[in-house]
Design a protein around this ligand. Structure first.
Ligand code: AMP
Length: 304
């Protein structure tokens, strides 16, 4: 089933205790689309880049069968750039710079062929733009959204309006607390449910993710990797794996939502094993399925 993804397309400069990369392919819509492309087709990307965006990145995205009709190329502008540095505790990250460039004037306009999109993933951008995208889609079946501290602080009312149109909100623990002013994460998730999304997923970095609905709580561990090189985009890869699986199966039952959380965690675990999207360039079905099965083993136990 088709999937529409909107968000940033970036050139990232990232330092971790294990190395660094400069102007590597990144951005929320890239991580989401690449992860989702392992499950469903077509993935339709909406974003903007400048004339400096390397041709090889376009070719890579196209090679994953990602539809780029919605990628605006502003030839006389520069691509959005973001820089970050991680500490030994990889949950701690400093943003070194954010150069909006062409992203500053980004107005997501959907090509005609995208307007019938069914599964929608709103990456972390201005909530007003997220809503603009939704207004252009005729009949979405599932809307999954992400946000971040910056929008919670600077556009709380606009974010609340957009939340009313989301079915699933994916946020990290600190964002859930900030949004609801509630320290307990389960209570925070239930408060968010009252704001619109019937399903809330709270990500806790290396401690996994918890899905909360009115009647269910499901917790997935993060895959216990010994080598984590770059956590950038893990949350977006999670979102891509999650919605990609749901779009593939077209099944929104509680059991399948749990599987989607595990497929999201699976793609996030591949993402962090190398810089940028390097480790998600060329996965195969068996690698993904084996890790999915390993997740089952991680917390399976018998009563006696
Ligand atoms: P995450 O690690 O999930 O926070 O996602 C990291 C990605 O988000 C990087 O590839 C960045 O290019 C992108 N990013 C960083 N800041 C912003 C921003 N203000 N708006 C949109 N995307 C951003």
């Amino acid at each position: 089933m088709n999937l529409l993804v909107v968000g940033s397309v970036a050139l990232d400069t990232v330092e971790t205790p294990f190395g660094s990369v400069k102007d590597a392919l990144g951005g929320s819509s890239v991580y989401i689309s690449v992860a989702a492309s392992y499950f469903t087709q077509p993935v339709r990307l909406v974003g903007v880049v400048g004339g400096d965006f390397p041709r090889e990145h376009i070719e890579f995205l196209a090679s994953r069968n990602i539809d780029l009709d919605g990628l605006q190329i502003v030839n006389d502008g520069k691509t959005f750039r973001w820089g970050g540095r991680y500490h030994y505790d990889l949950n701690v990250r400093d943003t070194l710079f954010t150069e909006l460039n062409v992203f500053e004037y980004f107005k997501p306009t959907l090509p005609e062929s995208y307007k019938n999109s069914t599964y929608i993933c709103l990456g972390n951008i201005d909530p007003i733009l997220q809503l603009d995208v939704l207004k252009q889609v005729t009949k979405p079946r599932l809307v999954v959204g992400d946000t971040m501290n910056y929008w919670i602080d600077t556009k709380p009312n606009e974010l609340v309006s957009t939340l009313r149109h989301m079915d699933v909100l994916i946020v990290n623990d600190s964002e859930a607390r900030l949004l609801t002013k509630e320290p307990n994460l389960i209570k925070a998730a239930k408060k968010i449910i009252k704001m619109g999304p019937g399903i809330v997923i709270i990500k806790k970095g290396e401690h996994g993710a918890t899905l909360v609905t009115e009647n269910t709580i499901f917790t997935a561990p993060a895959y216990p990797l010994e080598n984590i090189f770059d956590p950038t985009g893990a949350g977006d890869a999670f979102a891509g794996g999650f919605i990609g699986w749901l779009a593939r199966t077209e099944d929104l039952s509680p059991d399948n939502l749990k599987r989607a959380v595990i497929y999201g965690s699976t793609l996030a675990s591949f993402c962090v094993e190398k810089f940028s999207i390097e480790n998600m360039r060329d996965l195969n079905y068996l690698q993904i399925h084996d890790r999915f099965l390993a997740f089952m083993e991680l917390s399976r136990f018998d009563e006696r």
